[in-house]
Design a binder for this molecule. Structure first.
Ligand code: ATP
Ligand code: MG
Length: 568
């Protein structure tokens, strides 16, 4: 046997409360293997909050040698669609997780219905003719007991007959419901005869017109977990008051005992995370689609250039809480930069170009300079970058008269061109409005490679692109989608849409070093076919799906430094 007291064993990190529960259950033999599930409702695309739930469910199973099912919680035919079913699978796979089995709650409709008849037979469910409004009014309040329905004491035979006729489509939507018969005075409102089935003459994306009665979440979820022998049914905190009801159905049916555990949902500032609101943003054209790079959806983050590793690291870093809180957006970008810094090759691109002419450099000459692909990863090697007499630099890297701390290019101030030479600006040309159109420089041929043999230093290094070799690319620069930290909070008469940042997208044409022509080859190196780069000094960028072989489009994934934290 292996010696586990060995001091070289890595330090054990503290367990979160779910890990503690699991380890206890494994130790005392409650279960020998854990089994979790991720249960999305296919009524929208997954967002970063779902990523948290995915990482948790799949992560726990991975950690403890268990398995995870994907189960589509498709009990509401009105809003569900196969488009969402497909995107959800794609997003989970992209995050790097694999489910053991894929199920649909709708696969259990027959079983759930049989169990409903069983509960009727046992006197634990009844058909109610009240309208939804009457039922709601009759539930009472937290301080006042509810009122029993006049239909509550129907005979088992009558209930069974009515339920079968409900199923057979003899009644209109809303005419009847099936309710559990529990206790209208129960202090937990969930126990005041909750609705189990409602009538909906609506086609379902999978079962078509087979059913016109559909089970409610509370009646379907626990039993679906039980059918799949889910040991840990993990959900968000707002479901803790539903847990006793979850247990009640399982107990009364005498079926395999799944258990529910709750954790705090993920909230991030500057973001909305309700699918209803995200759908509204898409439908009303405030964004280009679910995968708009400004969206907090998983496909939005993917298109923005986030890596699955960075999202998983983020979810791990924020941990699992029992109390609701709001996570700073900058933490997400922190995890992103941490990963991209290691893996993204460096390139040079000028986003706001101004022309530079090196007057003492031979006309018509081109030389190839060595540039390091990734200082964090030697294996990434070097590439050649062409240098010539005419270049582009960033407009903001030049000032005619430099203030004290400006170490970039200025008249009479020597600066290093990355991987190239020391240059000194001598004069500028301007247009009629006074805008600089060209900067004239001289260079020191002895500083090739970026260092002076006489040891003299310069304080600034700027990036550049050779004008005649540059390739054009469309670059999309994003700012936060919402201007306020809590976009869900809108003053009287306003909505979250009023908190949209009107300036969240800027499109520019950048001058890029010619090696970016090989972007397609670079895409092949990434699992998801999206090439990511660091454009030196300008941030991390990725290829956008709008790119074609003749027209490059890049998204700025994030800047090199945090721009979220300092806004506050
Ligand atoms: P939304 O309120 O955004 O529409 P939802 O809870 O209705 O989300 P589901 O498709 O039912 O969406 O969610 C699938 C799983 O993801 C559930 O287990 C749910 O608890 C979890 N989940 C949803 N939002 C979050 C979040 N913000 N943080 C953590 N888990 C979440
Ligand atoms: Mg839900």
């Amino acid at each position: 046997m292996q010696d586990t007291t060995n001091s070289t064993e890595p330090e054990k990190r503290t367990l979160n409360f779910l890990e503690e529960i699991i380890e206890r259950g494994l130790a005392d033999g409650t279960y020998t293997k854990i089994h979790t599930r991720f249960p999305p409702e296919p009524n929208g695309y997954l967002h970063i909050g779902h990523a948290k739930s995915i990482c948790l469910n799949f992560g726990l199973a991975e950690r403890y040698g268990g398995t995870t099912n994907l189960r589509f919680d498709d009990t509401n035919p009105v809003k569900e669609d196969t488009e969402y079913v497909d995107s959800i699978q794609q997003d989970i796979k992209w995050l790097g997780f694999h489910w053991k089995e894929m199920h649909y709650a709708s696969d259990y409709f027959e079983q759930l219905y049989e169990w409903a008849e069983l509960l009727v037979t046992r006197g634990l469910a009844y058909v109610d003719d009240q309208s939804l409004e009457e039922i709601r009014a009759g539930r009472g309040t937290v301080t006042q007991p509810g009122k029993e329905s006049p239909w509550r004491n129907r005979s088992v035979e009558e209930n069974l007959d009515l339920l079968r006729r409900m199923r057979n489509g003899e009644f209109a939507d809303g005419e009847k419901v099936l309710r559990a018969k529990i206790d209208m005075a129960h202090p937990n409102m969930q126990f005041r005869d909750p609705i189990m089935y409602r009538i909906l003459h609506t086609d379902h994306h999978r079962t078509g017109n087979k059913w016109c009665i559909y089970p409610m979440y509370d009646y379907a979820h626990g039993q679906s977990d039980s059918i799949e022998h889910i040991t840990h049914s993990i959900c968000t905190l707002e479901f803790d008051i539903h847990r006793p009801l979850y247990d009640w159905f399982i107990e009364k049916l005498g079926i395999w005992p799944s258990h529910q555990y709750e954790f705090a949902r993920l909230n991030i500032n500057y973001t909305v995370m309700s699918k209803r609101k995200l759908l509204q943003l898409v439908k009303e054209g405030h964004v280009s689609g679910w995968d708009d790079p400004r969206m907090p959806t998983i496909c939005g983050f993917r298109r923005r250039g986030y890596t699955p590793e960075s999202i998983r690291a983020f979810c791990d870093r924020i941990g699992v809480a029992k109390r609701d809180n709001v996570i700073d957006y900058s933490l997400l970008e922190f995890s992103l930069r941490e990963h991209l810094n290691k893996v993204a090759p460096r390139r040079m691109a000028v986003l706001d170009p101004v022309k530079v002419v090196i007057d003492n450099y031979p006309e018509g000459q081109t030389e190839m300079l060595q540039a390091v692909n990734n200082p964090e990863d030697e294996c990434d090697g070097t590439r050649e970058v062409p240098f010539s007499r005419e270049l582009y630099i960033e407009r903001e890297d030049f000032m005619e008269v430099a203030p004290k701390k400006f170490f970039r290019m200025a008249i009479g101030q020597e600066v290093r061109l990355r991987y190239a030479y020391f240059v000194t600006a001598q004069s500028v040309e301007k247009d009629a409005e006074g805008n600089i159109t060209c900067i004239h420089c001289t260079y020191d041929p002895a500083t090739r490679g970026g260092d002076a043999p006489d040891g003299r230093k310069v304080k600034g290094t700027i990036h550049w692109v050779s004008a005649q070799h540059a390739i054009d690319a469309e670059v999309r620069l994003f700012d936060r989608l919402f201007a306020t930290e809590t976009p869900d909070e809108a003053p009287e008469g306003k909505t979250f849409l009023d908190n949209l940042n009107p300036d969240s997208l800027h499109v520019v044409t950048a001058k890029c070093e010619p090696s970016l022509q090989e972007t397609e080859k670079e895409c092949g190196k990434w699992n998801d076919g999206i090439a990511r780069y660091q454009f030196e000094r300008m941030g991390y960028f990725c290829t956008d799906s709008d790119s074609t072989p003749d027209y490059l489009v890049f998204n700025r994934t994030c800047t090199l430094k945090d721009s979220w934290g300092k806004m506050k």
